[in-house]
Design a protein around this ligand. Structure first.
Ligand SMILES: Cc1ncc(COP(=O)(O)O)c(C=O)c1O
Length: 364
């Protein structure tokens, strides 16, 4: 892979030394109070697909892009994105958690919406490059904060007909994000949304296109209006099976078994995939299958899982339309298996526990 340094990079004033820069950043960012917002960092990387091939990886400092008004991403949602994190360990090294899984998922998304996608090697080199360039924004060990990495792929060709673009832009930006649990690892209440569907049974729920998130916004607002931060979706066809929990997968524990729904309308979560392996490592049985909502009464523990929080333990599931409340957590505390699963995964991500499955890509 060739990397082009763009003129805007070269025009910059002579940069301070890296150690000086890290010192300045450490002084100015209060890592502990960072939220899940956007903080501009120094560099992003991009590659254009034109004339049937991907161009070299470009390094940019500006955070804007120029697009034709008729670009397919703007009109027809030809757009795919990913989200992963980099963590700084006690040893000072930066660890990326399973980035190749995000590369594969982006390819699956791109294929479904008929987009070109860079191959896995190019994708991984781009992720490494953008993290290395912004290394000073990877929060220090022990702060609970991390560097969020957002790969993005969009159709850029100008056209008005509904058909795949012949031009694409792949880009990655990064932004430091704060610790998810500022007030401790506490179970939260979740509301069942029977008014909205996140994804159609044979639609795009299994891939990461922006349209799925636009389709969930009214539902999230409805949940917030009722005082809940997360909504639980049931399957769109029968409202019989558990689907997703906000922008996260659902799992439950019963009789030493890790149970998680499996369906075409659920995004295959990399966190969930990893938790299933960890559950087996910890001596639990693992079941990935359609999970009937009726089983809720039998669950001893439950949680939502995803890159943002790893695990959000669930206290109660509130089904207002059926006037039923399922209390899952005992005394409002996360269950023992939920805690073990969480600690094991976070320990591997931070480099505190042995990475026995070779999940981390280490930089520096
Ligand atoms: C709809 C949805 N489900 C589940 C997840 C969790 O996936 P992951 O663990 O790969 O972050 C996400 C986050 O990407 C999501 O947006």
């Amino acid at each position: 892979m060739k990397i082009c340094a763009f003129s805007d990079v070269q025009r910059q004033k002579k940069p301070l030394s890296l150690s000086h820069n890290i010192f300045l950043i450490m002084e100015t960012i209060d890592w502990g109070s960072l939220g899940f917002g956007y903080v501009k960092t120094d560099y992003n990387v991009r590659s254009y697909f034109r004339d049937g091939k991907w161009g070299d990886l470009e390094v940019h400092t500006e955070e804007t892009i120029t697009l034709p008004m008729a670009a397919t991403c703007l009109h027809y949602g030809q757009e795919a994105f990913e989200g992963l994190k980099a963590f700084r360990g006690k040893d000072g090294k930066i660890r990326l958690f399973r980035p190749e899984e995000n590369a594969k998922r982006m390819k699956a998304t791109a294929d479904y919406v008929c987009m070109q996608c860079p191959d896995e090697d190019f994708y991984l080199a781009a992720v490494k490059k953008v993290v290395e360039l912004n290394a000073k924004y990877v929060p220090p060990y022990g702060t609970g904060a991390s560097l969020y990495i957002r790969p993005l792929l969009i159709g850029t060709g100008a056209q008005v007909g509904v058909h795949p673009s012949s031009e694409y832009l792949f880009m990655i930006f990064v932004t430091p994000v704060g610790p998810y649990y500022k007030d401790g690892f506490k179970p939260i209440d979740v509301i069942v949304d029977r008014l909205h569907d996140r994804a159609a049974p044979r639609g795009t729920g299994h891939i990461k296109v922006g349209g799925n998130y636009a389709a969930s916004m009214e539902s999230s607002a409805w949940g917030h209006d009722h005082g809940y931060n997360i909504v639980l979706y049931l399957d769109a066809k029968e409202k019989k099976y558990i689907d997703e929990c906000g922008a996260a997968n659902f799992f439950a524990v019963r009789d030493n078994t890790y149970i998680t729904p499996n369906s075409h309308s659920i995004l295959p979560s990399i966190t969930n995939k990893s938790l299933q392996v960890i559950a087996a490592d910890l001596g639990m049985k693992v079941e990935a299958r359609p999970v009937a909502f009726d089983e809720m009464v039998t669950f001893e523990e439950a949680g939502a899982c995803g890159t943002a929080a790893v695990i959000t333990p669930i206290n109660k599931i509130v089904d207002i339309d059926h006037e039923t409340v399922y209390t899952i957590a005992k005394n409002g505390q996360p269950g023992p298996n939920t805690v073990r699963l969480y600690q094991q995964l976070v320990g591997i991500q931070n480099g505190d526990l042995p990475d026995t499955h070779d999940w981390n890509l280490i930089i520096g």
